[in-house]
Design a protein around this ligand. Structure first.
Ligand code: PLP
Length: 386
């Protein structure tokens, strides 16, 4: 049996995979089992911040592996504390809970919101408002938080208390907000929802409503975070200040991490025994994450913004391109051809990209060179043209 047949025979059939077996990568380049080279515009879905097998990250991870690969959370370890300290110092937040994925980070945020509200106002105040077309994860609670019916089918009943407002419609949030609203959770750029950057006025309005109601304003930075949008976190691009934000994916650079980052208001909400995760704050993962986080410099972010502008300029109005949306290196492209056809055409030309709903989605590694970027963008223009 070849790998496609063995995968079908033994791996749970939950992914629509591309017919490519990847075996080796370096930076923005990756090779399949036949030795064919591709330029990568997907970053393992916003994970490989500095590309494949980034040598700085490898060194940080292997050095830590050689010291202490894991310790339980019953002990202190330096990488966990150092990473939390760095995140708080760069964002003005106060506490970090580490888990292993975006969904787990959002689960923690939901627990923080409910406990903050319950401690102060009683258990009836447990509602979390999220947005239609959002995506917050695949666990039962984060599926409930996800405002897309398509993900809910077959998996109910869900935990109560999730209400869905229309994105970019402040009245819709107002209508749902009341004395039982613990929090509002938003993505500034809806990634899985089709790379939709929300309006600044709307998000500023939601933050204001939250402040007035003492409901926590929470931002999901799982996909948008860690430099992806050309800002350290997307709430910074919008001039917001969340009470809680969550992140994952690109923070780890290739090892699993999730972080629920809590601001001043709710910093004392979680106490001993309120939450936990065996691998949360694992020293090896955190050592790798430190090596990623400390390279998210203003110069790098500026370079991402410049390269993003180049992509927008080169593709906006190109033949067969119906529109370009997004922020930084999180880009959605509406194409005249069906997106799966575009992706197949790009593979033929040695470029790997992604889709989000009907759009072509680009999430290049932040370190992509101008040369690789220009080659990839030219391939997109050629494949999209009628
Ligand atoms: N939140 C957002 C905005 C995401 O894009 C994703 C994953 O794509 C998640 C949460 C879930 O993250 P994970 O797959 O790490 O659980």
């Amino acid at each position: 049996m070849d790998i496609f047949e063995r995968d079908a025979a033994y791996v749970a059939n939950t992914y629509g995979r591309f017919p490519v077996q990847l075996v080796k990568g370096r930076g923005e380049y990756v090779w399949d089992e036949s030795g064919r080279e591709y330029i990568d515009l997907g970053s393992g879905i916003a994970v490989n911040t500095f590309g494949f097998s980034d040598p700085v990250w490898i060194e940080a991870v292997t050095a830590q592996l050689d010291q202490l690969q894991h310790a339980s959370n019953l002990y202190y370890t330096d990488p966990c504390v150092r990473l939390a300290e760095m995140i708080c110092q760069k964002t003005g937040m106060s506490r970090v809970f580490f888990g292993n994925s975006g969904a787990e980070a959002n689960e923690c945020a939901i627990k923080v919101a409910r406990k903050y509200a319950s401690d102060k106002y009683g258990p009836a105040r447990h509602n979390i408002i999220t947005l239609k077309n959002s995506f917050h994860g695949r666990t039962i609670a984060t599926l409930a938080a996800t405002g897309q019916d398509v993900f809910h089918k077959n998996f109910g009943p869900f935990p109560e208390g999730f209400l869905y407002a229309d994105a970019n419609d402040l009245d819709s949030v107002k209508d749902l907000m009341d004395e039982n609203t613990a929090a509002v959770l938003v993505e500034c750029v809806q990634g899985e929802g089709g790379v939709v950057a929300l309006d600044k006025d709307f998000l500023t309005g939601v933050q204001k409503l939250c402040r007035e109601n003492d409901s926590l304003f929470m931002v999901d930075e799982v996909q948008t975070g860690n430099g992806r949008t050309g800002w350290l976190y997307s709430w910074m691009a919008y001039g917001l200040k969340p009470d809680v934000f969550t992140t994952a994916k690109g923070l780890g650079g290739g090892l699993p991490i999730g972080a629920c980052v809590i601001g001043e208001k709710a910093k004392a909400t979680l106490g001993k025994g309120d939450h936990g995760s065996t691998f949360g704050g694992n020293p090896t993962v955190c050592a790798g994450a430190i090596s990623i986080f400390q390279r998210l410099s203003p110069e790098l972010l500026e370079e991402v913004q410049k390269k993003s502008q180049y992509i927008f300029d080169a593709l906006n109005g190109a033949p067969g391109v119906l529109g370009v949306t997004g922020l930084g290196f999180m880009i959605g492209i509406e194409t005249a051809y069906p997106v799966q056809q575009v992706l197949a055409g790009l593979r033929e030309k040695g470029v790997l990209a992604l889709s989000a709903k009907t759009k072509l989605r680009l999430l290049p590694p932040l370190c992509i060179s101008w040369e690789a970027l220009k080659t990839a963008v030219e391939a997109i223009r050629e494949v999209c043209a009628p």
